[in-house]
Design a protein around this ligand. Structure first.
Ligand code: UT7
Length: 326
């Protein structure tokens, strides 16, 4: 049976930077509060005329080149976003057209910040059953376009980015050793951005009154996130019959350094084994994990054969973890 390996990684980060001084200039906040409560110093913002598919297209091209492939080699494109350019067409189809992946099926999906792991687990099924050889997973979001810049509790958190990975079939590879994904819809109300619904109570929560901005019950999400990430990571480790001594790097979803700190204490893994880029990018939703993975590879922190754990949580509420041999 072929195994799924990550054969290429790509990313895109928009140029414009919103540092904490800029946040101080638009809402009642300060650098000390933001750094102490979140760990974030800067976040990047897409240009006014730059959208999710634009960022996704660059990340996709980079990932395909990194895999040593051409767009024609891609069999399927799965794109995760909570900030699509359109309700229809799917962003995945737009990217397919942009890059000329003429042989690829394409669809969007949404497991919020847990999307990269959800995509990986799904791609793994297509690879192991022999259906596809090369699958492109793209996670891309323009969260700054869905941010309520009058709400200091959320606007300091979010940034824009895109991350992509080519998942390829390989013989004689270990691939994904253990994984899980999960959801708890009773927590759906904790992170929201409205499409057609006009729920008055939801609109009232938004300082700007713009219903398509992200509102979040920060404390409730934080409580869920610590347990979800730690327990999920521990479960995949146990499933694979390994311990954290066997793991080179843990890449968690990066929403808030306090969440990561508490989660890794609960896991029992050393800080040195955890990759963080939160300080410079903020919370970039689903893109966090693939961008962090891409950086870890580019910086030589992980190499082929290293065992890594990817673990995340997000709106939905959702969570997931994957233990793989890179
Ligand atoms: O990607 C997945 C989704 N997102 C997350 O995972 C985020 C999860 N939650 C969090 O990261 C945290 O809950 C936040 C960073 C959003 C907030 O931190 P907190 O420690 O939960 O703060 P809080 O909401 O309990 O607010 C504490 C105080 C409040 O003031 P009072 O009522 O104590 O006077 C807030 O009004 O901090 C105030 N506050 C701020 N002060 C300065 C909230 N935001 C700010 C701000 N600057 N930006």
């Amino acid at each position: 049976m072929p195994k799924a390996i990550i054969s290429g990684m790509g990313m895109y980060i928009p140029e414009k930077v919103y540092d904490n001084a800029y946040m101080e200039s638009i809402v009642d906040t300060n650098d000390e509060w933001i750094v102490r409560r979140t760990g974030i110093k800067e976040r990047h913002a897409s240009a006014p005329d730059e959208y999710t598919t634009d960022m996704a297209t660059v990340a996709a091209r980079n990932a395909i080149a990194d895999a040593g492939l051409t767009p024609e080699d891609i069999d399927l494109i799965m794109l995760a976003t909570v900030t699509p350019d359109y309700f229809t067409p799917a962003c995945a189809c737009v990217v397919q057209g942009n890059i000329g992946a003429v042989n690829a099926a394409a669809f969007d999906y949404n497991a919020a910040c847990s999307s990269f792991i959800t995509g990986l687990v799904t791609a793994n099924q297509f690879i192991e059953n022999g259906c596809y050889k090369h699958i492109l997973i793209i996670c891309a979001d323009c969260l700054t376009k869905a941010t309520d810049y009058k709400d200091r509790a959320t606007c300091v958190l979010f940034g824009d980015a895109a991350g992509a990975a080519v998942i390829s079939a390989a013989d004689n590879a270990a691939g994904i050793l253990a994984s899980e994904i999960g959801a708890d819809g009773t927590g759906a109300k904790f992170i929201t951005s409205l499409a057609f619904r006009n729920d008055e109570d939801e609109i009232e929560k938004r300082v700007s009154g713009r219903k398509d901005t992200i509102w979040m019950a920060g404390q409730s999400v934080m409580k869920f996130a610590v347990k979800a990430m730690a327990d999920s990571s521990n479960r995949v480790l146990e499933k694979a019959g390994l311990t954290y001594d066997d793991i080179k790097l843990v890449i968690p979803h990066q929403a808030n350094y306090r969440i990561v700190d508490s989660a890794i204490k609960r896991m029992g893994v050393e800080k040195e084994k955890v990759f963080l880029h939160l300080e410079k990018f903020g919370n970039t939703s689903a893109s966090c994990i693939p961008v962090a993975l891409c950086e870890a590879v580019q910086q030589g922190i992980i190499e082929r054969g290293d065992r890594i754990i990817l673990v995340g949580f997000g709106g939905g509420l959702t969570w997931g973890a994957a233990l793989l041999e890179f």
